[in-house]
Design a protein around this ligand. Structure first.
Ligand code: NCD
Length: 308
């Protein structure tokens, strides 16, 4: 299966066969790292990580993946330190960096910026989150985690809980869920509902979606709950943020209503939407999920360079 040169931009670009291949490749990298192998698959290559927005997991797991596959990394962790602070366009920055590296990983506050970068670059561009748009590498590590936690994926029910309007991870994951045959329940405050265009598009593709504000009922039917943070940085008016922050909290009391063995996912960072007491719950998978990110990103780097 040929992924060489492919841009990774959204949650709807892959076939099921490709998804399966990405998962299997990540599993192989996980095995090799855990066996203590010094991996040199990307020896001689250079990867850029350009982060125009804050990041902990996405940037550092990519950089971990770059180092652990034997490539070298050049990094921009802060938009203020680059020429974008002088007014340079993203396209010009990308055209420049494209001449220095073999792969570009980028996070940017503007929706659609990943596509612009891909248009400007010869080398593969990997979208590490474009504003309130898409976050495909997170959604890929989410399905990798789901498969690991339950042993398989498909025919299950997942509740997306929280900020489904601005939360880009669920915008990508929704497509994978539809593709892999998982039923979705969207549970959010009214002002943070999944964008209509996405819900419509998912339904047109055959997705089974229920929208609700009844979190207890949703969890009682779900194999997974995917919790998201209210995306404070995306609100035009902070008064609106104040109104919905803290409107949902997963705690042990709420989990009494949940299906037995429910798996709890969160892309992190969490603010207050999962109580700390839940961390000891067996199905709390969010830190395992964050760790899986590195193996998944090793797979993506290996695949788009043709070295995996
Ligand atoms: C997410 C993001 O940046 O969209 N974080 C991540 O990549 N793990 C979620 C968030 O910021 O809430």
């Amino acid at each position: 299966m040929d992924f060489k040169g492919l841009d990774i931009l959204n949650g709807y670009q892959f076939t099921n066969q490709q998804l399966n291949h990405i998962m299997n490749t990540a599993a192989q990298y996980e095995k090799r790292v855990k066996a203590g192998e010094v991996i040199r698959d990307l020896e001689g290559m250079v990867v850029a990580t350009l982060f125009f927005e804050p990041s902990t997991r996405t940037r550092l797991s990519f950089e971990g993946a770059i180092n652990r596959t034997g490539a070298k990394c050049i990094s921009m962790a802060d938009a203020k330190s680059s020429s974008s602070a002088k007014g340079e366009t993203t396209a010009d920055t990308i055209r420049t960096v494209d001449g220095y590296v073999d792969v570009i990983v980028m996070r940017h506050p503007e929706k659609g910026s990943a596509q612009q970068a891909a248009d400007a670059a010869v080398h593969p561009v990997i979208n590490g989150g474009d504003g309130a748009g898409q976050h495909p590498t997170q959604a890929l590590l989410d399905i990798y985690t789901m498969r690991k936690e339950k042993g398989h994926i498909g025919g299950q029910t997942i509740t997306f809980l929280g900020d489904l309007k601005y939360g880009r991870t669920v915008h990508s994951l929704g497509y994978f869920m539809q593709q892999l045959g998982n039923k979705m329940i969207f549970a959010s405050p009214d002002s943070l509902k999944m964008p209509e265009e996405i819900t419509k598009d998912l339904r047109a593709r055959g997705a089974d979606i229920v929208e609700t504000t009844d979190v207890k009922a949703a969890l009682s039917q779900s194999d997974f709950v995917y919790v998201t943070r209210v995306q404070r940085e995306r609100f035009d008016d902070l008064a609106d943020y104040e109104k919905c922050k803290g409107s949902y909290v997963v705690n042990m009391e709420l989990l009494k209503s949940a299906k037995k063995d429910i798996t709890i996912l969160h892309p992190l960072p969490r603010v207050d939407e999962i109580a700390l007491e839940v961390d000891d719950y067996a199905g709390a998978a969010y830190f395992r999920q964050a760790h899986n990110g590195m193996y998944l990103r090793m797979a993506l780097l290996g695949l788009v360079t043709g070295r995996a």
